[in-house]
Design a protein around this ligand. Structure first.
Ligand SMILES: [Mg+2]
Length: 280
């Protein structure tokens, strides 16, 4: 029994899931794509919501900072607009052609023997377009995106169980800011929903994101974390990498899972005096 337990333990790799943000994580911030997104959001605020043009930049910055996405902030302050209309205005006009196939990242991802899940605040059309432009759309097992966390139809609503969510995380508890009806990172309820929907055990998951707030929130809820786009380690950051291309240098153990498994199986097999054929 003791050997059995030890045997089971060594066969359990440290990570069984890799969780990836998309924007500014799977491609570099320096390519300028995100600046276009900010410009579109500010245009939407001025033209569609009638917010004073001289105010939009500062307001957008504040909303993004406090709510994780500008949309979540706008909804919190009572702006009423159609989510699909917002997404098609903000993301639909982005210059997707600046994103080129990333063969290096594709090879890295495909060589990783671990389940890979996307976790983005963006809408599904945008996520799929970005993955397609980067040549990565077949590299992930599941996509958690805006529609997953904010379903509209009755059928989808049944997937999301709000009963276990601590409602206090819908609020910015440090301030007087109003709550947002949008479920998104960095709020812990978004992480909790994602874990439930994609059956993720945070203790065995490595989370990649370019946002320090998302990383710190993920860390609080039990994830192992990789901050992408900066080599500066900060609180809540287990690994910090300038580029997603540096995964192998930062966390080589991700590739060692199979070899490790084989070695341990052999070791325990001989200890227990049995012969085992290793196929892992
Ligand atoms: Mg991002």
């Amino acid at each position: 029994m003791e050997y059995e337990n030890q045997y089971k333990r060594v066969l359990t790799p440290k990570y069984d899931c890799l969780l990836f943000d998309v924007d500014d994580t799977l491609y570099p911030f320096s390519c300028g794509f995100s600046k276009n997104c900010t410009k579109n959001i500010e245009e939407y605020m001025a033209q569609k919501l009638g917010i004073e043009e001289t105010e939009v930049s500062k307001m957008n910055h504040e909303l993004y900072k406090n709510y994780g996405t500008s949309m979540a902030g706008l909804k919190a302050f009572g702006y009423d607009f159609d989510n699909d209309d917002y997404h098609s205005y903000v993301h639909g006009r982005l210059p997707y052609e600046v994103l080129k196939p990333d063969h290096v990242l594709r090879s890295l991802l495909l060589s990783l023997p671990i389940r890979k899940v996307i976790f983005s605040n963006a809408d599904r059309i945008h996520v799929n377009k970005v993955l397609s432009k980067l040549g990565l759309n077949d590299c992930f097992d599941e996509i958690i995106c805006f529609e997953t966390l904010n379903p509209t139809s009755d059928e989808d609503q049944s997937i999301v169980d709000n009963s276990f969510v601590d409602k206090s995380c819908l609020y910015n508890e440090d301030s007087e800011l109003p709550a947002t009806p949008i479920v998104c990172k960095p709020f812990e309820n978004a992480f909790a929903q994602a874990f439930k929907i994609a059956k993720i055990n945070p203790q065995r998951t490595l989370f990649f994101d370019d946002s320090i707030r998302n990383i710190q929130s993920g860390k609080r809820i039990g994830l192992h974390t990789v901050l992408v786009g900066s080599s500066q380690r900060r609180e809540g950051v287990d690994y910090a990498i300038e580029s997603i291309h540096n995964i192998r240098e930062a966390v080589p153990e991700l590739w060692e899972v199979d070899d490790y498994k084989k070695e341990e199986i052999q070791r325990f097999s001989s200890k227990m005096g049995i012969e085992t054929s290793v196929t892992a």
